[in-house]
Design a protein around this ligand. Structure first.
Ligand SMILES: *Cc1c(COP(=O)(O)O)cnc(C)c1O
Length: 395
């Protein structure tokens, strides 16, 4: 949801003549760091870039493996492949669709040798990248306990999880996503995410060395003082410290982000209201399962995924979607799991039966529209259409 403030700030930036990384990016980093409670933030041109630099900075050698949920977007696993590493795919929880730590333990025990064709040797596992699917955070204590015991680093794919928070059951203190919840927490500001800069991302970390390294790598691996070039103080004699990348965010994008940040909680509350409406209005529809609620989570409600109870329906998910389309209702599916994509199936030999939960779940998933600008009548239209489709196609 864009407002006049974003438009005016972009125009002011255009008029200032400073288009690329400069003072507005610095301010966006500082304000975002304050919003999530992180010591350091590095603004980047995507969440994929943030994940890539996090993995670069923490280190993955060719042939080493990283635990990645199969129920995620392409980006989470591809950054491991950039380094020649093996994304060791993990099944999901049937309720939250988040990574299953029980299956992670199984995959570490038995998953590798039979299903990973290349490299043929059992790879060393060095880290894990949990994803907070839809903005419902995982139990971070459980993740860190799992990781610490095995000496894994943890990078969070928090593309959906701003603003979001969690707390251990029975405790009163909230921990925000990015507030020391992982070595690096990666956020997305892609056009359809909870806040947007058009394209953009942020890497949040409590570790100043990691922050420095990601910042250096984000701009061709130039020495830190080279950033002076971007603030006008002009250091012309930079040093190349590493073969870096071109991942910096622009002041034009940060102009949007600064104002999106200001209304992030207001937009989250608007989505929460829509989620509550769906949860209440659709509670008695027996042919669908609604997403779980958890009193120990502040949910960003980036997504509202419903699960069809196929045994109660005479139509399948794709036919259900056709009917939504006919009624003019927007939808999406999050996601076809990675192990069911040709690249991962062919490269690593993953089979559907190795991920029984995700394989079955994906056939039942539909994400309903949920965005802050949704009107009352749009919400009602979505709910009544879903109800009608279920009633008309009851088995
Ligand atoms: C959108 C998304 C990304 C990638 O974000 P970009 O900013 O587009 O790079 C990564 N992971 C998940 C789970 C996403 O949904």
């Amino acid at each position: 949801m864009l407002g006049e403030e974003e438009i005016e700030e972009v125009v002011a930036t255009l008029r200032s003549g400073w288009l690329t990384t400069g003072a507005k990016v610095r301010r966006f980093e500082e304000e975002f760091a304050a919003a999530v409670g992180a010591a350091h933030c590095v603004a980047l041109n995507s969440c994929t870039a943030a994940l890539h630099l996090a993995v670069e900075a923490l280190g993955v050698q060719p042939g080493q493996a990283v635990l990645v949920p199969t129920m995620t977007f392409a980006a989470t696993a591809e950054v491991i492949r950039y380094k020649g590493g093996v994304p060791l795919l993990v099944d999901c929880d049937s309720q939250t669709a988040n990574m299953s730590l029980a299956d992670a333990a199984c995959k570490l025990e038995s998953g590798l040798p039979t299903c990973v064709q290349s490299p043929p040797k059992r790879p060393k596992v060095v880290g894990m990248i949990p994803v907070h699917v839809g903005g419902l955070m995982m139990d971070m204590d459980a993740i860190h306990k799992f990781a610490r015991r095995r000496d894994f680093w943890v990078v969070e794919d928090a593309a959906h999880a701003f603003p979001a928070a969690w707390r251990p059951q029975g405790e009163s203190e909230w921990q925000r996503c990015g507030e020391g919840t992982a070595a690096v927490t990666c956020f997305s500001f892609y056009a359809n995410k909870t806040i947007t800069t058009g394209e953009g991302g942020m890497a949040a970390t409590g570790d100043s060395d990691l922050a420095e390294r990601m910042r250096m790598l984000s701009l061709h691996g130039l020495s830190h003082d080279a950033w002076g070039r971007y603030s006008g103080s002009g250091k012309w004699d930079y040093r190349i410290m590493a073969p870096g990348f071109k991942y910096n965010l622009t002041d034009l994008a940060a102009s949007i982000g600064l104002h999106q940040l200001g209304r992030a909680e207001q937009m989250r509350l608007a989505r929460e209201r829509i989620a509550k409406f769906y949860l209440e209005t659709l509670a008695d529809v027996e042919a669908i399962e609604l997403p779980p609620r958890d009193a120990d989570r502040i949910h960003s409600w980036h997504l509202f995924p419903i699960k069809l109870r196929l045994e109660r329906l005479a139509i399948d998910r794709n036919q259900f979607i056709e009917k939504l389309q006919l009624a003019g209702i927007g939808f999406s599916v999050h996601w076809r799991p990675l192990h069911l994509h040709p690249y991962y199936a062919e490269t690593f030999g993953w089979r559907p039966e190795q991920f029984p939960v995700a394989t079955a779940l994906w056939e039942r998933l539909i994400s309903l529209p949920i965005f802050p600008a949704m009107t009352e009548s749009e919400m009602e239209c979505v709910a009544s259409t879903v109800r009608e489709i279920c009633e008309e196609n009851r088995r």
